[in-house]
Write a protein that binds this ligand. Structure first.
Ligand SMILES: [Zn+2]
Length: 318
C-alpha cells in the first residue's frame, strides 16, 4: 500500500495548518478574555503558579510529600471551580478557551499513536480521488449505483457475477492481485465498474492511476519525443493499480502497440495489477495489438465478459 507521496505531503501540510489555526484561535480567545477580564487573568496566573508549586513540592524531597501535593492539588481544583464560575458569570461556556480541533480523536495531528487516524485516511482518499481525476465520477459510479435491472436473462446472471467479482476484487485488492480485462460492447457498464473499483481501492489507501487509453498513449508519445507530458511512464509503471479505460479508442499504429506491450509487460513482471477495459473483441485485440500483446491480455489477465444491450440507450428509451 502506498499513498502517493505528493498527496501525503499535501495532506500532512493541510493538517499542520489546521492544527496551528485551532491553537491560534484558542490562544486569541484566551488573550481577549485576559484583556477584558483582569480578574480572570489573575486566576489563570494563580493556576499556572500551582503548576510550578507542584513541581517544587515534589523536588523538595519525600518528607510529607503526599500532604503537600494534596494541598496544591486542592488549591488548583478550587481555582478551576472559581474560573468556571467566573466564565459563566461573564457569559462564556466552561470550555471557551479549550482548543477546538476538527477531529477530537487525534487533535488534528492525523495520527493516533503511530496509526493513521480515520480523518487522515479520509483526507488521503479524497486527495487520491482528486489526483486520479475521479472526484466527479466517484459519487455516480459506485458499486451501489450499478443497476442490474438493465440486464436480463443469462446476461443478467453474467453481470451479477461480474459485479460480485469486482466488489470482492476491490475489497481484497493487494500488491500482486491479478490483472483484469473487461471485454464487451459499449454501454455495458465497463467504465462504471472500473471506476467503482478505483474509488474503493483508493479509499483503502492504494495509489490508483486511472486514464483513458488515448490520453495515456498521447502522454507516452509526448514523453518519448521530449514534449511536455501530463503523465510520466514512471507513474504508469509504479501505480499500485493502473486502470486503462477504453483501450482501442486511441489512434491505431505500431507506436501505440509498443507502448501497450511495454505497459502490460512491465506491470506483469513487477506483479502490479492492471485493469484494462475495451470494446474490442478478442479477435480484434489480436489483430490490432499483435499476438504478443493479445496473448498476455487474454492469457494472463482475468477476462470478464460484459453482456447485454447498451444501458445508456435503454436509459434514454431505446
Ligand atoms: Zn483524526
Amino acid at each position: 500500500m502506498s499513498y502517493r507521496k505528493d498527496n501525503l505531503k499535501k495532506v500532512k501540510q493541510a493538517f499542520s495548518e489546521k492544527r496551528s489555526a485551532a491553537l491560534a484561535a484558542s490562544r486569541s480567545r484566551l488573550e481577549r478574555l485576559h484583556r477584558e477580564y483582569p480578574d480572570l487573568a489573575a486566576i489563570d496566573a494563580a493556576l499556572a503558579e500551582t503548576g510550578m508549586r507542584l513541581v517544587e513540592e515534589i523536588t523538595r524531597g519525600p518528607e510529607g510529600i503526599a500532604e503537600r501535593v494534596a494541598a496544591v492539588r486542592s488549591e488548583n481544583e478550587r481555582l478551576q471551580a472559581d474560573r468556571a464560575e467566573m466564565l459563566a458569570f461573564y457569559g462564556f461556556p466552561p470550555d471557551y478557551t479549550d482548543v477546538v480541533y476538527e477531529c477530537p480523536l487525534c487533535g488534528d495531528t492525523g495520527y493516533r499513536g503511530t496509526a493513521l487516524c480515520s480523518c487522515m485516511k479520509k483526507a488521503l482518499a479524497k486527495a487520491g480521488l482528486e489526483s486520479a481525476g475521479l472526484s466527479a465520477l466517484a459519487e455516480s459510479q459506485s458499486f451501489g449505483s450499478f443497476d442490474l435491472r438493465f440486464y436480463s436473462g443469462e446476461n443478467r446472471r453474467t453481470m451479477e457475477r461480474n459485479l460480485d467479482f469486482c466488489r470482492d476484487y476491490a475489497k481484497t485488492f493487494h500488491d500482486g492481485s491479478e490483472s483484469l480485462l473487461f471485454i464487451g460492447n459499449t454501454g455495458l457498464g465497463k467504465t462504471h465498474l472500473s471506476t467503482s473499483i478505483a474509488v474503493s481501492v483508493i479509499e483503502r489507501g492504494f495509489d490508483v492511476v486511472y486514464h483513458s487509453a488515448p490520453s495515456v498513449f498521447a502522454a507516452l508519445e509526448a514523453e518519448k519525443f521530449g514534449r511536455p507530458s501530463a503523465l510520466s511512464s514512471a507513474e504508469l509503471f509504479d501505480a499500485d493499480l493502473l486502470i486503462l479505460d477504453d483501450l482501442g479508442a486511441e489512434n491505431p499504429g505500431a507506436l501505440n502497440v509498443n507502448f501497450l506491450y511495454h505497459i502490460v509487460n512491465t506491470r506483469l513482471v513487477s506483479q502490479r495489477p492492471t485493469l484494462i477495459n475495451t470494446n474490442l473483441s478478442p479477435a480484434e485485440l489480436q489483430k490490432r495489438y499483435t499476438d504478443r500483446v493479445a496473448s498476455r491480455l487474454l492469457g494472463e489477465y482475468r477476462v470478464l465478459r460484459f453482456a447485454g444491450s447498451d444501458v445508456r440507450m435503454q436509459k434514454i428509451g431505446f
